[in-house]
Design a protein around this ligand. Structure first.
Ligand SMILES: [Zn+2]
Length: 411
């Protein structure tokens, strides 16, 4: 008895081996038996188990028969893959159209002088953004559009935030009943100029008559800033460069050249973040650190701040004001930053209006590696190539090129 109970380790292996042989023998026999039964195509079986196994076989045989009716699999597969790709492509185009429409509506909303129409445009923008997000989420990891869709999905929350910030901004303006001088509501100082879209008509109307402010953002960059400066010098035209602090620290000599040639230097933050998405302390650092590094480079502090991506909240305006800065966005976006932009499209946009304008162009590419806009181009060659024509045509129309401070010197 004891001997049977006390099984040693090696005994266990032997027993296990024996059990395995017996089991495989049994399954082998039954497999052979089933096989024999099936080859006879017999429906008669001695046990219920075998009846079920036979049913399974019949089903698989039916599937096999159906498959044999289908045309050669490779051809079929090519057609369906193409169709699938086409569907995926259409879906992706549709989703990016929703995204672009949200982008357009956001820009249009910022341009409104009426808070209510701005807010309704922002609501529309929000709906479009949600549609874009819902469709982009549908792309499976094996889809060729999955990666691009992810780029959009990562970017959408930034737009959603920006839409909300502008909604708050317009709501606030209404409640303060300060539509003519909205910045007073925020800073208690009428000397502070907040050139957001909302005020553009009332403020721009007071700017120097027949004046145009050319602005270049995201530089300095050796590749594009220098050729732009050469063109400006050729026409004796003065512009405003909203520089990024981290770029200034690498290319101070270019900033010195901009300044010495009579252009104005503006503050465009240190790392080019979405200001509305970072803490007040971080915003403070972005603005003050850039003031310091520019002063260190050219011996003079900027007077104007421009928020990257037009993302700003009340704190941004307050902090800019504390740093002795006015704030300015733009009144015309040439969209030279878009992948789809061409020299012609930039010229068309820049010459679209016959009134005072602040024109947005770029002498640098996206400086922040964390925020790659899915529609952004990594080249500014089109900007450089369109500049001659823009200057010539505006001069022909009688416009004078001034820096942003010159435009509002009589304000
Ligand atoms: Zn920028």
């Amino acid at each position: 008895m004891i001997k049977i109970i006390m099984i040693t380790k090696s005994d266990k292996i032997i027993i296990g081996f024996f059990v395995a042989i017996v089991l495989s023998a049994i399954s082998g026999i039954s497999f052979a038996f089933i096989k024999a039964g099936l080859s006879n195509n017999s429906t008669q079986s001695s046990s219920e188990n075998e009846v079920n196994q036979n049913k399974d076989y019949q089903e698989s045989k039916n599937i096999e028969n159906n498959l044999s009716v289908i045309p050669p699999p490779r051809r079929k597969q090519t057609i369906s893959t193409n169709q699938l790709l086409k569907q995926e492509e259409e879906k992706f185009i549709q989703a990016s159209q929703y995204f672009n429409e949200a982008d357009r509506l956001l820009t249009e909303a910022r341009g409104q002088n009426n808070s209510q129409s701005a807010i309704s445009l922002l609501n529309e923008a929000q709906k479009n953004l949600e549609q874009a997000n819902n469709i982009m989420k549908e792309f499976e990891p094996n889809s060729p559009y999955h990666k691009s869709a992810q780029d959009y999905i990562n970017y959408i929350p930034f737009y959603a935030d920006s839409i909300n910030q502008w909604k708050n901004y317009f709501t606030k303006l209404d409640s303060h009943q300060a539509r003519n001088h909205p910045w007073e509501a925020i800073t208690d100082n009428s000397n502070f100029i907040d050139l957001t879209y909302h005020n553009k008509q009332s403020v721009m109307a007071k700017a120097k008559k027949q004046s145009v402010v050319l602005t270049f953002d995201d530089g300095p960059s050796p590749q594009y800033t220098e050729p732009i400066l050469d063109i400006l010098r050729k026409y004796n035209v003065k512009a405003t460069f909203f520089v990024v602090g981290s770029q200034v620290s690498q290319h101070c000599a270019i900033v010195q050249r901009i300044y010495s040639e009579g252009h104005e230097i503006g503050n465009h933050s240190y790392t080019h973040p979405w200001m509305g998405r970072i803490s007040d302390e971080e915003q403070q650092q972005e603005i003050f650190q850039t003031q310091a590094i520019i002063e260190n480079c050219i011996g003079s502090k900027p007077r104007w701040f421009r928020s990257p991506y037009a993302s700003q909240n009340e704190s941004t305006l307050k902090i800019a004001h504390q740093a002795g800065l006015n704030t300015a966005l733009w009144t015309i976006d040439t969209e030279d930053w878009r992948k789809t932009s061409t020299t012609n499209s930039i010229i068309q946009k820049a010459l679209n209006y016959n009134r005072n304008n602040i024109i947005l162009m770029h002498d640098g590419v996206e400086p922040n590696p964390n925020f790659k806009h899915p529609s952004a181009s990594l080249s500014r060659s089109n900007t450089v190539q369109s500049l001659d024509t823009i200057i010539q045509r505006l001069q022909d129309k009688g416009f004078q090129f001034v820096t942003i401070s010159e435009a509002f010197s009589n304000y």
